[in-house]
Ligand binder design. Structure first.
Ligand SMILES: Nc1ncnc2c1ncn2[C@@H]1O[C@H](COP(=O)(O)OP(=O)(O)O)[C@@H](O)[C@H]1O
Ligand SMILES: N[C@@H](CCOP(=O)(O)O)C(=O)O
Length: 321
């Protein structure tokens, strides 16, 4: 459960009074997510999500996330819409944290995605990439190579307590990516965290995308690789080629992937596995005292990374050239 910051009734009432959403009827901490504190708020005018931004979100990045959600909503991508206060501002301060209110999306996330869910997420990802093509703001990916190095340095002294030899293996991966990371592929706005818990389905159809707080400007194919890792492996960590094919086919039905993008997928997927392994590892080693959060298993992503290390060409993912 991710509630890092508790709020009291008085400060909540004061915060909500700045909006035109009526009085608070109920407010519950949300038992999901690991990055920010989220509350489900019911007021006289409806349901809202109140987010308090925690350690990984920099205040100066918030306008990018807020404007992106507005831009995507305006172009038909179903995602949270930021709620304006009466003074026109979207960002505020609550319990010492930057905070904002967004619209509540109906739907549930799928714990065990099937082939059809993978196809749907591929289509939605490509539609999001297309919808953001004319988004004017830029945010370099803080969790690309330089960011991985900083995370690795943070984890290094205690990494071997999680898996003997892990610190040296991470150093080897960083050196590999320094040498092989593609630099000339099409770039744009990527979601960068489109895991199953950030995609809602309703009555069998994809109903919305949430959690744009890692969104940034980076290689579009890197977002595909992130989804491949998050959606197309089974609980025993085995890659499912049928799901991988469905995800790719869904994506390519909306936005074609060039031959260089396709060829880069093994490296991009390996790098994506390293990126999520590293954030999980740092979190695993540093659970804040008293926080209601269940850290995610870094070794799940280490196993995915090991799989990609042995992939020589995309044919091994089951993809058509
Ligand atoms: N706009 C929204 N509509 C409905 N539920 C939401 C919305 N935003 C977040 N949630 C709920 O809060 C949970 C955590 O949100 P998320 O953005 O993933 O948190 P984090 O920033 O910690 O990753 C989600 O799994 C979902 O249950
Ligand atoms: N998806 C990341 C963790 C951050 O995502 P959240 O949406 O669960 O807060 C991971 O699985 O490591």
């Amino acid at each position: 459960m991710a509630v890092y910051t508790e709020i009291n009734d008085e400060e909540l009432a004061h915060f909500v009074a700045q909006y035109d959403i009526g009085a608070v009827l109920a407010c519950k901490g949300i038992a999901e997510g690991v990055e920010n504190t989220n509350y489900l708020l019911r007021t006289e005018k409806g349901a809202y999500i109140l987010t308090l931004y925690e350690k990984r979100v920099k205040r100066e990045d918030l306008p990018f996330f807020i404007e992106l959600m507005k831009h995507l909503s305006a172009r038909g991508v179903t995602c949270p819409t930021p709620i304006r206060r009466r003074d026109g501002e979207v960002l505020g301060q609550l319990a010492g944290r930057p905070a904002a209110m967004v619209s509540f999306l109906e739907g549930i996330w799928i714990k065990r995605p099937g082939v059809e869910h993978c196809g749907a997420v591929g289509r939605a990802l490509a539609a999001m990439h297309n919808a953001a093509l004319d988004f004017p703001m830029r945010r370099p990916n803080a969790l690309s190579l330089a960011g991985w190095q900083a995370l690795a340095a943070q984890a290094e002294p205690r990494a071997d307590s999680v898996l003997p030899g892990l610190a040296a293996a991470i150093a080897g991966e960083l050196a590999f990516h320094e040498a092989h990371w593609p630099r000339d592929l099409p770039a744009g706005v990527i979601h960068a965290d489109l895991f199953p818990d950030n995609v809602f389905f309703l009555r069998g159809r994809l109903s919305g995308l949430i959690d744009f707080y890692f969104a940034c400007t980076d290689l579009l194919a890197y977002d595909v690789a992130i989804c491949l890792n998050a959606w197309c492996f089974e609980t025993d960590h085995a890659y499912n080629a049928t799901k991988g094919r469905a995800l790719l086919a869904g994506y390519r039905a909306v936005r074609p992937l060039s031959a260089p993008e396709l060829e880069a997928l093994p490296v991009l997927a390996r790098g994506s596995a390293l990126r999520f392994m590293l954030t999980r590892l740092v979190d695993w080693l540093n659970v804040p005292a008293g926080a209601l959060v269940k850290p995610k298993d870094p070794l799940e992503y280490w196993k995915k990374l090991r799989f990609h290390q042995h992939v020589a060409s995309v044919a091994e993912y089951g993809f058509e050239p």
